[in-house]
Design a protein around this ligand. Structure first.
Ligand code: 6PG
Length: 232
């Protein structure tokens, strides 16, 4: 399954489109099911989106927030994906689920605990209304890095040693099984450093082991990639 690729002039336009889609999906999910269940992306690209969402009318008391991956660090760390979202968004503490790095001994235990928390909150067949993702310039997504065992994990959540991109910290990550069970998957990919991998992705060239983004193929959900011109 190849995504719908949409190209916008610049990162601000990508963030604006993502914010519009986030709001539309949130309002529909809350109207239909009383809640919106979303997994936020990591890295730096989503920062513009989070700053926009903080200015919009959203019922955060009905929005459950998980993280499609994170570093095995406290949310207080400047390298924590959850920390970025917690600093920028008015998240409901009781509905926000950072990876439990502060109460587990290592990334493996943290991943197992995060899966238990996720299943307790969402039931045995977790289905996110929206999973937000980025892509590294090595073609990874979440913390599913080229050549790593996490690519073939059969659980809902797994762990990984660092990839080639910083920070060199163990990770906790959604697996393809969890991502592909989502109703909607939305990538935000910007910057010229990602151009080569985006071109291979659009051509369907490579394998999941060399280009992990190819492993994102929702079983029934939508798959959209928002690009700026530099990346696309
Ligand atoms: C992480 C992220 C990772 C990120 C990509 C893109 O923890 O590093 O979850 O998957 O989405 O590496 O990162 P940038 O948005 O910073 O380019």
């Amino acid at each position: 399954m190849l995504p719908e690729f949409l190209t916008f002039p610049d990162p601000d336009a990508v963030a604006a489109e993502a914010a519009t889609r986030f709001l539309t999906l949130a309002k529909a999910a809350i109207a239909e099911r009383g809640q919106f269940v979303v997994a936020l992306a990591g890295g730096s690209t989503p920062e513009r989106l989070y700053k926009l969402l903080a200015t919009r009318e959203l019922d955060w008391e009905k929005i459950s927030v998980f993280f499609s991956d994170d570093r095995f660090l406290s949310p207080a760390s400047r390298f924590s994906n959850a920390g970025l979202a917690l600093r920028l968004l008015p998240l409901s503490p009781k509905l926000t689920f950072p990876v439990p790095a502060e109460t587990t001994l290592d990334a493996a235990e943290c991943a197992a605990e995060y899966e238990r928390e996720l299943l307790a909150a969402l039931g045995p067949e977790p289905c996110f209304d929206l999973v937000l993702l980025g892509m590294g310039d090595d073609g990874h997504t979440a913390s599913l890095f080229p050549g790593k065992p996490a690519l073939t994990a059969t659980s809902w959540v797994t762990h990984s040693t660092p990839g080639v991109l910083p920070p060199p910290v163990d990770r906790v990550t959604f697996t393809f099984a969890l991502i592909n069970a989502a109703r909607n998957v939305l990538f935000l990919v910007t910057g010229a450093n990602k151009r080569e991998k985006v071109a291979r992705w659009r051509a369907g060239v490579g394998s999941v082991h060399t280009l992990p983004v190819l492993g994102v193929a929702p079983t029934e959900g939508t798959l959209t990639v928002l690009l700026d011109e530099a990346a696309g």
